[in-house]
Design a protein around this ligand. Sequence first.
Ligand code: HEM
Length: 211
Amino acid sequence: MALTGLFLCLFLVIHLAGNLQLLLPPAKAEIQFNLYSRILSGNLIIKAISWLLFLSIIAHAVYALVITLQNRRAAGGAYAFDRRRSASNWYARNMGILGSIILIFLVIHLKDFWYLYSFGSLPMDAEGNKNLFEIVVNAYGAWWYVALNVIAFIVLGYHLLHGFSSAFKTLGAYPTRTSRIIHYAGIAFTVILTTGFVFIPIYIYFTYHSA
Ligand code: HEM
């Protein structure tokens, strides 16, 4: 879980960096984002990493399900005396629910962008590249779609808030000083990543659709 989780974190950093190109001035953003997408999709190594990414998402979700079922069986039904609230945060106790919401978001997200780009027919830009930029900008023209994305990114933020430091603990970062550093690094990582993801659809909505 920890290794697939950290690999997914690394993907998120790279994905956010790529998506930040959507914030360039409009004419430049279109050409640059479409060129970037073509270069990524045409590279064999990136394609292999992409399939590894899909495998990691499936492995992460399946293993989470197995652990949840094992824990439930080990607990042997509801606790007679339950004081877990005082020992952990609500998001740490609801990682399964948060993860399931992210999975639902991912299915919609992959259908709308990745599947369409890989297998659909797209308009072309002035440079002859598939116009994925137009697809993304059009998608974020609907306020409810922006809202759904923002909610999913906030859910992802809470999932990371526990998951990031938890992954390092699983890998052995137990001494108090190290775990404190990892705890704060996890908060910084989550805040930067979530703010970046949340900002993009809102920016697109108000820049391209607010007339
Ligand atoms: C502002 C937010 C986001 C935007 C604008 C965005 C946009 C896109 C676009 C255009 C694609 C298709 C092109 C490509 O394959 O790179 C894509 C793919 C993908 N996105 Fe996002 N995305 C966002 C956030 C996220 C988040 C938060 C996640 C994870 C929870 C995510 C997971 C993925 C995955 C797994 C793929 C497939 C990557 C691959 O081809 O290997 N995206 N996204």
